[in-house]
Design a protein around this ligand. Structure first.
Ligand code: CP
Length: 329
């Protein structure tokens, strides 16, 4: 599972349907430990809270053993390459490697170097700006649940705005792919420096004016401003950080100021008041409160942010079972 691009709508629906069934089984505490005796290794070369913990929980719910490696306390610190690290963990008998890395293509590299040699499944848990396939799946699941589409995950007739730092976002690329495949319309919204017109090749429309689209969408997926992925110029300006919503943030070359970004693209009570009555607000997390949205919007009744996190466990159970369900050959 390296990316959603190249996966058919039918295959996406198979994962989502299995996730839906797992959620029902979890409510009834009737989970069969189908991965008993199998080993899942989390290889996280970049920070994570939600993805890492929910993959661990998903694996444990299915009876698997879980290994955890983070770059901060492993031999990666001594200069070991991602390829050698992955090969060593696969050699211990891991059946799946769940890989998070700041470089686009890292999971594919591990798959080429290790997957075939050891018969190990490789699951991309977010690679640079490329894709975050399980986030795309759980976002589609959450939208499907919110609009009563759990039977067929057909999202036809829904319009989703993806707002913010799309230039840096692997979540956006996975979301655009799955939402289009399931029939939704996608509008990417943000300043020209973060939302390129060329995104339209992915099958979405582009707008630089959130106020002109806010009243006609069914869901708004607000993306984090990824300060850590912006240019070195941004870091040089870090000492000029300004305080917005309690967080100390830096001025970014991509934007004239964080405060201006919050004014033009942040979800405030005033702006969310213009949404359709049933419209929902998503965010993959972590949230920069006061920048992408105010605290009251993040915690408000339209927010499905914690539902996304909840569904992430069942979605990852589905992915693990589909990748590993058959006994190792
Ligand atoms: N949504 C997401 O990927 O969050 P983490 O970075 O905490 O895993």
């Amino acid at each position: 599972m390296l990316a959603l691009q190249g996966v058919t709508a039918g295959e996406m629906r198979t994962v989502l349907t299995k996730a839906r069934d797992f959620e029902r089984e979890l409510r009834g505490r009737r989970i069969t430990p189908v991965l008993q005796g199998r080993t899942i290794a989390n290889l996280f070369f970049e920070d994570s809270t939600r993805t890492r913990m929910s993959f661990s929980l998903a694996a444990k719910r299915l009876g698997a053993d879980v290994l955890d490696l983070s770059s901060s306390d492993s031999s990666v610190n001594k200069g070991e390459s991602i390829r050698d690290t992955a090969a060593n963990v696969a050699a211990m008998g891991a059946d799946a490697l769940v890989v998070r890395h700041k470089a686009s293509g890292a999971a594919a590299l591990v798959a080429r170097a290790v997957g075939t040699q050891f018969g190990t499944s490789i699951i991309n848990a977010g690679d640079g700006r490329h894709e975050h396939p399980t986030q795309g799946l759980l976002d589609a699941f959450t939208i499907g649940e919110s609009f009563g589409r759990l039977d067929d995950f057909d999202l036809t007739g829904l319009t989703v705005a993806i707002v913010g730092d799309i230039a840096s976002s692997r979540v956006a690329r996975s979301d655009i792919t799955i939402l289009n495949a399931l029939g939704a319309k996608v509008i990417c919204v943000g300043p020209p420096s973060l939302v390129s017109p060329s995104l339209s090749v992915l099958g979405c429309t582009v707008s630089h004016d959130l106020d002109s689209v806010i009243d006609r969408v069914d869901a708004v997926n607000v993306l984090r401003i990824q300060f850590e992925r912006h240019s070195a110029g941004h870091k040089a300006l870090a000492s000029e950080g300004e305080k917005v919503g309690g967080a100390t943030l830096a001025k970014m070359p991509a934007l004239s100021s964080v405060r201006e970004y919050a004014e033009l693209y942040g979800l405030s009570a005033r702006r969310t008041g213009r949404l359709k009555p049933n419209a929902i607000i998503l965010h993959p997390g972590p949230i920069n409160r006061g920048v992408e949205m105010t605290a009251s919007v993040a915690d408000g009744e339209r927010s499905v942010v914690l539902k996304q996190v909840h569904h992430g466990v069942a979605v990852r159970m589905a992915v693990l079972e589909l990748c590993l369900g058959a006994p190792r050959g």
